[in-house]
Design a protein around this ligand. Sequence first.
Ligand code: SF4
Length: 164
Amino acid sequence: MNTLRFTTEQIVWQEVPGEVSLAFLFSGCPLRCPGCHSADTWKKGIGQALTVEYLKGRLKRYRGLISCVLFMGGEWLPQELEKMMAAVAEEGLKICLYTGLEGGELASLSNGLTSRITYLKTGRWRAALGGLDSATTNQRFTDLRTGENLNHLFLKNIPIVKAA
Ligand code: SF4
């Protein structure tokens, strides 16, 4: 059935640097990355349905408190997700999408989606390379407004080079 379903809804601060985000974790991800932190959400059809009506209600409740909406995990049914993004855009909020897709697979993101997305995280979870807080990660966090790679905002323990 063409319904987006989510298992978790929460306010997050770290997943999108500089933004306070309302995050929805979708169920049904088909990518099956070994070591995925959300493997309990892989099963299709679990979780609560995300409808435009429900989303609008949440955006109204958090008006003035959030700056961004983050969609992550799962298989995000592009046509349904476009409807959600349109509702978010009506509120004047930024939009972030986390996807495990990478390389040529990203061609499946329609213009309707990419034209609305502010921040896009791409790439599967590969434990040996680490996530966005690793200098060796395969994942990319991009500001689609400028094309800038913002991975550096996630790096921890950056060595401080003192002036001589
Ligand atoms: S893409 Fe993300 S949600 Fe899907 S299996 Fe990989 S790490 Fe898990």
